[in-house]
Write a protein that binds this ligand. Structure first.
Ligand SMILES: C[S@@+](CC[C@H](N)C(=O)[O-])C[C@H]1O[C@@H](n2cnc3c(N)ncnc32)[C@H](O)[C@@H]1O
Length: 321
């Protein structure tokens, strides 16, 4: 039986196996009403005990079986965004293909009618060096520092608006707009740029599909959408992490970066829409949805993660909006 652990003005957090919760009355009510499923499921290979096998076929089967359930939950113009990090073969300096195979099997599930709208890469320069053995001990691999997000939908034109997630202009672009002059002509790429191009101030530039959580180069400004950057870019220094530290709570080890969740919610939903996270952990998704005035429903199998996630909703930022 699913248990409602808590609720807020905008959302509800349930504990239990999300597959069972989604089969229950709660899932039935959500069917066809969800605008965005934003989630990072348990990663392949890390959960050998839970999904029990050595070669990962069980994981693939489990993962791809979610496709139909998720597809039924979203609206016709809804989206599914799934974050998966890279996984590595145990004891070998070799990347596993399991996450890629799982994503392919998910999007190609014939019962789900999904397509890949776009792939995103979330680059995190602060990631600890891993896989440690091969990166820091043997020094034969480089730091694995990105996760992959697949944005899928059952329609070629899900609700989306890139003008809501504009990146602040770079310094050189700001100078250019101030000077009102542009170096027109043919580029090495053969693109012809006319002398009026780029001279309109659109309050920011269009986001890229590589999301850089911090600037790669200290001299360069970070290029996350302005509203997102102002939230807090470092996951170890936000309200939730500080409170968990203060209270001696062992914080969820695989939290989604706040700017990432904010980006997808702003890009793919409008205020009042429902955002669902069936593997919610510390409830980054629910917190970001609440900040942006979206309704949210979150599900998590581990009670302790649910309990700690409640702390997020004491954040004074939520009362300032
Ligand atoms: C990668 S974490 C998600 C972290 C989350 N995005 C956050 O920001 O805290 C995956 C979560 O899925 C949970 N989980 C695993 N199997 C589950 C299931 N069958 N039903 C619900 N939650 C599950 C795990 O306990 C874990 O907290």
């Amino acid at each position: 039986m699913p248990i409602k652990l808590y609720e807020t003005d905008f959302g509800e957090y349930y504990t239990g196996d999300s597959k069972n919760i989604l089969k229950s009355k709660i899932g039935q009510k959500l069917k066809g009403n969800v605008q965005l499923i934003l989630t990072s499921p348990p990663f392949p290979l890390n959960k050998k005990k839970s999904y029990g096998n050595l070669n990962g076929n069980e994981y693939k089967k489990w993962f791809s079986s979610l496709a139909k359930t998720f597809s039924d939950l979203i609206k016709q113009d809804g989206s599914i965004v799934i974050e998966l990090g890279n996984s590595w073969e145990p004891k070998h300096p070799v990347q596993s293909l399991l996450h890629l195979e799982s994503l392919l099997k998910f999007v190609k599930n014939p019962r789900a009618n999904l397509r890949l709208c776009q792939e995103f890469i979330c680059y995190n320069p602060s990631r600890l060096p891993s896989p440690a053995q091969w990166v820091t001990v043997n020094r034969i691999r480089t730091v694995d520092s990105f996760t992959r997000l697949w944005w899928m939908a059952k329609n070629d034109f899900p609700k989306s608006d890139n003008s809501k997630v504009l990146r602040p202009y770079s310094k050189s672009m700001k100078n250019l707009l101030a000077r009102k002059q542009f170096n027109a002509g043919k580029r090495p790429s053969e693109h012809k740029i006319n002398d009026k191009a780029f001279l309109n101030d659109n309050s920011g530039s269009i986001m890229h599909n590589v999301i850089e959580l911090e600037q790669m180069d200290e001299k360069r400004d970070p290029r996350l959408p302005e509203n997102i950057f102002s939230i807090s870019n470092t996951s170890s220094n936000d309200y939730f992490s500080n409170k968990c530290r203060e209270k001696g709570i062992k914080i969820h080890p695989a939290r989604m970066p706040i700017p990432l969740a904010l980006f997808f919610i702003e890009f793919l939903t409008e205020p009042g829409d429902i955002v669902l996270d069936p593997f919610a952990g510390s409830n980054t998704t629910g917190y970001c949805a609440e900040l942006l005035g979206r309704k949210w429903v979150s599900m998590e199998i581990m009670n302790e993660y649910g309990k700690q996630s409640k702390i997020r909703f004491d954040d004074p930022k939520l009362t300032q909006i």
